[in-house]
Design a binder for this molecule. Structure first.
Ligand code: UD1
Length: 413
């Protein structure tokens, strides 16, 4: 390309090579809007030429947890799949690190972008930093304060070593500042998961709701129902806790159908602990296969309430105006308690039932849109990377450690 006609500074005209990492189900809807925003920037002939590569670590590998999402979100097929699969935390993290290092050495990215808080996030950030490659973390600064959650360890460790920290809200910014992170490296950009939700909302809402007969009355009219998701080790790996949650769901099942798309880990534990009778149709609980993105958003959008231990669903229900009971004692997403539809109820039967009663006696809440959760977070991330890259190339020759993301980029649209 003719650099003069493109308006680029010839000294900075080498393409900026981005490497995106995905590993597990909640990562795909975060990466899709960023890659789309980079493509849009390239198409518009912006000041920086980008190349991008997508690496799937293979942490999730079932079609229902992986491939289907690529199709629905319009994500390009991964350029590289590390195929690491399941294992203990140590083994999985170590396998990802071992397999990712040669990819970094051969592709030589200028920036590695990791999202969320799964084992793939931390493993790839560590690899890149140890090779002196700058790293950006999307969804930085979320803190539950609960170090028994593997995700909390992943979040804290990742944020401590990366160069660019993209946050969803002011509470996350404050957490990072308290931990001594350089404020110039923190960029509040909004929520990329909500970019995906708003982008696919119409398509998701106009689908038929999974064709479940439980969701219709005798005259074929839709009836109120609840949606459940569970996968945290703290909830599903302890028999008494899983039993306590199942008992609350069975109580709810007396008044409305409870639809439970089951994560493989939860399904295995239900059988292992002899709880198939509790989580059963007789108790109003319908176990279904993990749903794809569009079907799941449809199911949630039309639900009377959602009970979950997921992180992202607390945010999605906030935007959709659906009450959410979070079956945990803490959340790394407190903004959804302050401004959204989320309530923390823990995992004891009585507390969950009390939460259900409170929700059902209230009118359905209105959707809430925390600041910058407006569908444009991906574009803000690209603008911040353009500013960072322009400064980094100007400082070429300066050791990477010294140019730790000191570019101030305004948040706001
Ligand atoms: C992982 C993330 C969690 C995220 C969740 C979303 C970590 C520490 N945890 O948890 O933050 O919310 O993904 O689903 O990274 N399995 C399959 N098929 C698969 C993948 C897993 O059957 O495609 C089964 C295996 O038995 C595996 C178990 O699920 O051992 C757990 O999978 P793993 O990736 O270790 O963690 P998740 O519980 O899915």
């Amino acid at each position: 390309m003719n650099t003069e006609s493109s308006g680029r500074d010839p000294a900075q005209d080498r393409p900026c090579r981005l490497l995106h990492v995905v590993g597990a189900r909640p990562n795909y809807m975060k990466v899709a809007p960023i890659m789309a925003a980079v493509d849009a920037e390239v198409a518009r002939g912006g000041p920086v030429a980008f190349e991008q590569l997508l690496v799937h670590t293979g942490q999730h590998y079932d079609r229902a947890l992986s491939e289907l999402f690529f199709e629905e979100l319009g994500l390009p097929r991964p350029d590289v799949n590390l195929g690491v699969g399941s294992g203990s935390h140590a083994r999985q993290t170590a396998r990802i690190m071992e397999a990712f290092e040669p990819v970094l050495e051969s592709y030589q990215p200028d920036l590695v972008i990791v999202v969320g808080d799964v084992n793939s996030t931390l493993a790839c950030a560590l690899d890149a930093r140890k090779l002196g490659i700058p790293v950006a973390h999307v969804e930085a600064g979320l803190r539950s304060g609960d170090m028994s959650m593997p995700e909390e360890i992943n979040r804290r460790a990742t944020d401590a070593i990366v160069d660019l920290l993209f946050t969803t809200d002011r509470i996350a910014d404050a957490c990072l500042r308290r931990e001594g992170i350089d404020p110039a490296a923190i960029h509040r950009v909004g929520n990329v998961m909500i970019d995906s939700l708003l982008h696919h909302r119409e398509k998701a809402l106009s689908r038929p709701t999974l064709g479940l007969h439980e969701l219709l009355d005798g005259a074929g009219q839709p009836i109120p129902y609840a949606v459940v998701t569970l996968h945290r080790p703290g909830n599903v790996d302890v028999a008494e806790t899983l039993h306590a949650i199942g008992s609350a769901l069975a109580k709810l099942g007396e008044s409305m159908p409870v639809i439970f798309p089951v994560h493989p880990r939860a399904r295995a534990r239900i059988s292992e602990f002899g709880l198939d009778g509790l989580f059963s149709r007789e108790n109003g609980i319908r176990l279904i296969e993990p749903a794809g993105y569009l079907d799941f958003m449809n199911l949630v959008a039309h639900a009377r309430l959602v009970l979950t231990d997921s992180g992202g669903i607390q945010e999605e229900t906030t935007i959709l105006g659906v009450p959410c009971l979070t079956l945990r004692d803490n959340t790394e997403r407190p903004i959804t308690l302050e401004q959204g539809t989320n309530r923390l109820v823990g995992n004891r039967t009585e507390a969950i039932v009390a939460g259900i009663e409170a929700v059902l006696s209230d009118r359905a809440p209105d959707p809430c849109f925390p600041e910058l959760w407006d569908g444009h977070a991906g574009e803000r991330i690209v603008r911040a990377i353009v500013a960072w890259w322009s400064q980094a190339t100007r400082a070429e020759g300066v050791p990477q450690a010294e140019r730790r993301a000191s570019v101030g980029v305004e948040s706001g649209a």
